[in-house]
Design a protein around this ligand. Structure first.
Ligand code: F3S
Length: 116
């Protein structure tokens, strides 16, 4: 099992999560982070740390969030490690809680499974 970053991270990228991860499992894209499922030890420390409520245990993903499972695994394999807290995106607060953020991603960064 793994924890999974979901749509709500997109365009927020608050990065509080990385400071709570004991195994450095976060990987960084320009507008979001993902979790490498091969590294995650399922501690759950990052869940409460995220101001966007973007992180879920794999077993608690709703049908709308299930595309995130493949999304994290595929992108984590090619993104660099994220180990430090950085300033959030300049408009990150404005995007916090907005629906439909999967659709703000370019095709190469979007989940392959159909998204709600
Ligand atoms: Fe994203 Fe939340 Fe981390 S917005 S970068 S999962 S603290």
């Amino acid at each position: 099992m793994t924890h999974v970053v979901t749509e709500q991270c997109v365009r927020c990228k608050f990065t509080e999560c990385v400071t709570y991860c004991p195994v450095a499992c976060f990987r960084e894209a320009d507008t979001f982070l993902v979790i490498d499922p091969a590294e995650c030890i399922d501690c759950g420390n990052c869940v409460e740390a995220c101001p966007a409520d973007a992180i879920y245990p794999e077993g608690e993903l709703t049908p709308e969030l299930l595309p995130a499972l493949e999304w994290n695994a595929r992108l984590a394999a090619r993104l660099p490690l994220a180990t430090t807290h950085i300033e959030p995106l300049h408009d990150g607060e404005a995007w916090n809680g907005e629906p439909g953020k999967w659709h703000a991603l370019p095709p190469e960064q979007a989940p392959r499974a159909p998204c709600a």
